[in-house]
Design a protein around this ligand. Structure first.
Ligand code: SF4
Ligand code: SF4
Length: 249
């Protein structure tokens, strides 16, 4: 018993006390696009980007597509592109995920009074991997570990869609998973929301042009929250959902 107490004491508190105030070293987060001009006819960033996330004239990065690989920063001869450690990337609007010099920040999430009233004290999540690589799925799984401890906010992942309030979609939605995704959504009771987690779920990511995808589900169901990343980071997910539901840290 004394050994167990010693181990607990030596480990200290492992949970992140306030995820909104976390400062993970080396985090590659929100892109920063400097005002310096591009070199004439340069399009190295566009050419190197694996997910067609960059547009030119003016330079802008779509975080719904960006996999945060950092390659554009490395190849840019003008040092126009860099990445801040800001992990608060989630948004309720797909359009708000595009950053540029003129629009350097992602719009802050507006607290939904309706969602706060319904789910502010309890939100059950059903995770569906629709052709994901298991990167986002591992990070979603980490939401419940001792570091992130999402359960302290009354937010848990459940095994059955019948018990779920929100479907957390990861992966680009392969044809093989399209039917299962629709069945899961149909099995969830109202009211319910969709959370798109990761570049694949938001835009198809690096698989956007694959013929093996069937993203028609998203023609009928609009995500209430978009959480960029590849994979999505637990801090990005937690701060996004806390902001959406108006839950204090
Ligand atoms: S960091 Fe994002 S925008 Fe830059 S090359 Fe990688 S995927 Fe493209
Ligand atoms: S967004 Fe990246 S980590 Fe997540 S499923 Fe797609 S490829 Fe994997």
């Amino acid at each position: 018993m004394f050994q167990s107490i010693y181990v607990r004491k030596s480990q200290g508190k492992q949970f992140i006390a306030d995820p909104r105030q976390a400062n993970p070293p080396g985090f590659r987060g929100k892109p920063v696009i400097d005002v310096v001009p591009c070199m004439l006819d340069c399009r190295r960033c566009v050419d190197v980007c694996p997910s067609e996330a960059i547009a030119l004239n003016p330079v802008q990065i779509d975080l719904g597509r960006c996999v945060l690989c950092g390659d554009c920063e490395l190849v840019c001869p003008s040092q126009k592109l860099s990445f801040s450690p800001d992990f608060r990337l989630a948004s309720t609007s797909r359009d708000a995920l595009t950053v540029s010099t003129a629009r350097p920040n992602i719009d802050p999430i507006k607290v939904s009074a309706e969602l706060h009233k319904r789910f502010g004290r309890s939100l059950k999540l059903r995770s569906v991997s629709a052709g994901g690589c298991n990167g986002c799925e591992m990070e979603i799984n980490a939401l419940g570990n001792v570091n992130f401890d999402l359960g302290r906010y009354g937010i848990d992942i459940v095994a059955s869609p019948r018990h779920a309030d929100a479907l957390v979609l990861s992966g680009p939605i392969s044809q093989n998973m399209a039917g299962a995704l629709q069945m899961c959504w149909d099995a969830m009771p109202e009211p319910k929301i969709l959370i798109a987690a990761g570049a694949c779920a938001i835009s198809g990511g690096v698989f956007a042009h694959s013929e093996a995808l069937d993203r028609s589900f998203l023609n009928n169901v609009a995500p209430a929250l978009y959480v960029p990343g590849c994979p999505v980071h637990p801090l990005t997910f937690i701060t996004g959902i806390l902001d959406l539901l108006g839950i204090p840290s």
